[in-house]
Design a protein. Structure first.
Length: 548
């Protein structure tokens, strides 16, 4: 089926993973096979430390590892791979205070104080998430260099209180991929173009490209990304990772550079479902600076690992929304068919099809909402930087002027059409905004996910997360087209987790589980059971191109 121009723009803004035509199935989900590569891996890239958070904690407890040693190893690997070697460009800067914080964590541990499962563990965070330290918070833009935020983001405060070490800031699609419809995912003026560790000429996808690429390359065990529509799950899928977009309101958005008050959320990215569950337990919870989190009362858990059971699929009713979420790539569809067979063998009841009504009918209204909310939210964020932030932009209009003045550095490949459209919008009191937002929630929530899950008595919906990562193209930007299931749960504000489903010519593909609001425990359990039944993930080999 053909997408409308609005469909194509909506999908390319956030997701950044396009169809890989002509591919063939490489392996079934039940019996993974890794075919020989046509080009050898880079011999200069040593194997990374892929220990899980629990394994790292066990070694820290046993005294065979220190937090300082762990941070030193992370910093060395970043130095080896990020601008040298394969030049992945996933980290904009490392934290000058990371080693001191590691020493403090080691001292606390020796004194008998361990704050929790993240104590002494280095974590990377996306560069649109504010930190009050010697690092920048810029959304990848030169326009915010030196504009220091007055406070940590709410979820950063939770990470610090849990003993995590903020290792650095990750690259991203600049302004979270909402400046131009012609952008290349993973590119920012500060960081340049990020590269996919599985095939260096392919996109890491966006907008949380750096967070995903860094975890895939074993810079750290976990990272934090953010999503408006696809920006956690798509790069996680394209980098063979687990990524969770929580229900909007489960994790605070305070002091995160915004796009959309109704769709934005931060979320964890890691190599395993268990590590994602550990991270979520730390960052979830109310924050008076983000009114949306008041709705999370009664829905948060300090330990999401208790929901991880290898038999969670047994008796679960899993819906397959085929219409508009399948059929974009034959190889991906075959991997999905194998995944469904795996779930059946694990005792799941597969309801196929269980189509979602109205998919694609709210693409235009989604964009309307995002334009209004970007202008309102970004103006509020910039104004909150205060006079101490120097002479940096204080409004969206200021940013537009800065980009024009610095066109050679800020817009060498693509412009700021989306910024200009947002600037032309009025306030959130406009009827056009209120009507579009109500339409989104009615079609994506009430008549969409909620109605389908009620009709078929489902525990979750499953679909391929997105297509294999496309070739990076700074001339034309990300290709349009379909091949993503991110939009329905994103517009609804509902949770969505992706887990590795296999490879197409060595390129990663993920499987998505999504469902009703606050269903993170169920989704984590189902994703964990599928992960344990398949164990698809393989470390990247930093190949120059895809296997042919």
């Amino acid at each position: 089926m053909d997408d409308t121009p609005t469909d194509r723009m909506s999908r390319r803004l956030f997701v950044g993973a396009a169809m890989a035509g002509g591919t063939t199935l490489l392996a079934g989900a039940g019996s993974p096979r890794v075919e020989a590569a046509t080009a050898p891996p880079d011999p200069q890239v040593p194997a990374g430390d892929e220990r899980t958070i629990a394994e790292l904690q066990a070694d820290l407890t046993a005294g065979t590892l220190t937090s300082r040693g762990l941070v030193e190893a992370s910093l060395a690997r970043i130095a080896l791979l990020d601008h040298a070697g394969p030049a992945l460009r996933h980290v904009l800067e490392t934290n000058p205070g990371a080693l001191a914080r590691a020493d403090a964590a080691d001292t606390e541990r020796r004194s008998g104080r361990v704050r929790g499962p993240l104590h002494g563990i280095p974590i990377l965070v996306k560069d649109n998430i504010a930190t009050v330290d010697r690092m920048e918070t810029t959304a990848g833009s030169l326009g915010l260099v030196g504009a220091r935020p007055p406070a940590d983001a709410g979820m950063v405060t939770r990470l610090r209180e849990a003993g995590a070490i903020i290792l650095g800031k990750t690259n991203l699609s600049e302004w979270a991929n909402f400046r131009s419809p012609h952008a290349s995912s993973g590119w920012s003026a500060r960081g340049g173009q990020g590269r996919n560790p599985y095939a260096l000429d392919r996109t890491p996808s966006g907008s949380s490209s750096g967070s995903a690429g860094a975890v895939a390359a074993a810079y750290c065990a976990g990272a934090i990304g953010s999503e408006t529509d696809g920006s956690i799950v798509s790069p996680s899928s394209c980098c063979s990772l687990v990524g969770l977009k929580p229900t909007v309101g489960l994790v605070s958005r305070s002091a995160i550079i915004p796009i959309s008050a109704s769709q934005d959320t931060a979320g964890p990215i890691a190599r395993t479902v268990r590590d994602v569950a550990i991270l979520l337990g730390v960052i979830a919870g109310p924050d008076p600076r983000d009114p949306a989190t008041s709705a999370s009362a009664g829905h948060t858990h300090s330990d999401y690992t208790v929901f991880l059971r290898p038999d969670a699929l047994k008796g679960a009713r899993i819906g397959v929304p085929r219409e508009r979420l399948f059929g974009y790539n034959p190889a991906v569809d075959r991997l999905a068919a194998d995944a469904l067979e795996t779930m059946k063998r694990s005792g799941a009841v597969i309801v196929d099809p269980a189509n979602l009504a109205h998919v694609g009918e709210y693409d235009e209204s989604e964009l309307t909402v995002l334009f209004y909310e970007l202008k309102d939210g970004l103006n509020a964020y910039l104004a909150g930087l205060g006079p101490g932030a120097g002479a940096g932009p204080k409004t969206l209009a200021d940013l537009i002027a800065f980009n024009e003045k610095e066109r050679a550095r800020e817009m060498p490949y693509f412009g700021q059409e989306l910024f200009l459209t947002a600037q032309a919008k009025g306030s959130l009191k406009d009827a056009a905004y209120r009507t579009a937002l109500a339409r989104n929630h009615r079609l994506a929530r009430t008549l969409g996910i909620d109605a389908t899950m009620t009709r078929y008595r489902l525990d979750a919906l499953v679909a391929p997360t997105t297509n294999p990562p496309n070739l990076t193209d700074l001339v034309n930007g990300d290709p349009g087209g379909g091949g993503s299931c991110a939009t329905p749960p994103a517009v609804a504000g509902y949770p969505h987790i992706t887990v590795p489903m296999g490879y197409v010519r060595g390129l990663p593909v993920g499987l998505s589980f999504f469902g009703r609001a606050w269903s993170e425990p169920a989704l984590l359990g189902l994703a964990y059971a599928y992960e344990q039944a398949t164990k698809w993930r393989r470390p990247p080999q930093f190949l120059p191109t895809a296997r042919l």
